[in-house]
Design a protein around this ligand. Structure first.
Ligand code: SAM
Length: 261
């Protein structure tokens, strides 16, 4: 799939995604995924960071609030417009750029660190993305990114429920299917059913890679893996936000930190 097609799909998702994520319906992100990512993030105060695939900027702002000087980059104009509007209303010193993560256009060794929250599995040529990241990172700098867990969120994952309807196991398949740009259609499951019925589901081109492919792409780019994270809901969180309770069965997200030594 061409980058322009990927961009067109994300542009068509951007309005609904922004409105509903800002209204608190991206429960996995807000309750579990971003807090775990930030907990794993090394100190960034005073550092220059790039957030790749920043969307409407929610997570870019979270990192900026930790004291980093952030640049956000995304391929969808509507996301960048929303992010810039928010920056104008409540400035955090973030510069938002419309661009493609597969051809990062910054000088060599420009950033102390790079984040990519749930965006790299949406980029077609991850090898190229990782090479670009290596180029613009300063020596000693790090990349931290989150993706759908390659092992537990391959192209097919289905919840298995008990007689009471509770999720108790997951069924997975197609782990080795690395076909490009398969369109996944879904919408935030916590949006009330009546409202969901009136919305067009997101159409997301996915570029699934196995865990071993991810590791080899990272290593081939010249980065050294130093940490993995697999967020899981605590019993308390699962009770408070039942939507994320299935992360207690098997992880949905994988966090990876790698360094340019
Ligand atoms: C699942 S959303 C995550 C957005 C944001 N990081 C967050 O956590 O809320 C994936 C994002 O990746 C962006 N994206 C996809 N392909 C891209 C590319 N080639 N270059 C830059 N951004 C891209 C999409 O436009 C979208 O904003």
């Amino acid at each position: 799939m061409k980058a322009s097609d990927v961009a067109a799909h994300w542009e068509s998702n951007a309005e609904t995604w922004t409105v509903y994520s800002r209204a608190g319906y991206d429960k996995y992100r807000d309750a579990l995924n971003t807090p775990a990512f930030l907990e794993m993030l090394p100190p960034v105060a005073g550092l220059a960071g790039l957030d790749l695939g920043c969307g409407e900027g929610s997570n870019t702002r979270a990192v900026a609030r930790l004291g980093a000087r952030m640049t956000g980059l995304d391929i969808a104009p509507t996301f960048i417009r929303y992010a810039r509007e928010t920056e104008m209303q409540a400035p955090l010193g973030i510069d938002y750029i419309l661009g493609d993560g597969q051809c990062i256009d910054f000088p060599e060794a420009n950033f102390d660190f790079i984040t990519a929250f749930m965006s790299m599995m949406d980029m077609a040529d991850q090898r190229q993305v990782l090479k670009g990241i290596h180029y613009v990172l300063k020596p000693g700098g790090f990349l931290q990114f989150s993706i759908l867990h390659p092992c537990f969120m391959p192209p097919t994952r289905r919840n298995i429920r008990n007689e009471a309807g509770e999720r108790v196991a997951v069924e997975i398949a197609d782990y080795f299917d690395e076909s490009d740009g398969r369109i996944e259609r879904w919408i935030f499951s916590s949006i009330p059913q009546t409202e969901r019925a009136m919305l067009t589901p997101f159409a997301i081109p996915r570029f699934h890679r196995t865990l071993s492919t991810w590791v080899s792409m990272i290593v081939d780019a010249g980065l050294t893996i130093e940490a993995f994270g697999e967020p899981t809901a605590s019993p308390e969180l699962a009770r408070a936000e039942p939507v994320v309770a299935d992360t207690r069965i098997a992880p949905i997200f994988l966090h990876i930190r790698a360094r340019k030594l």
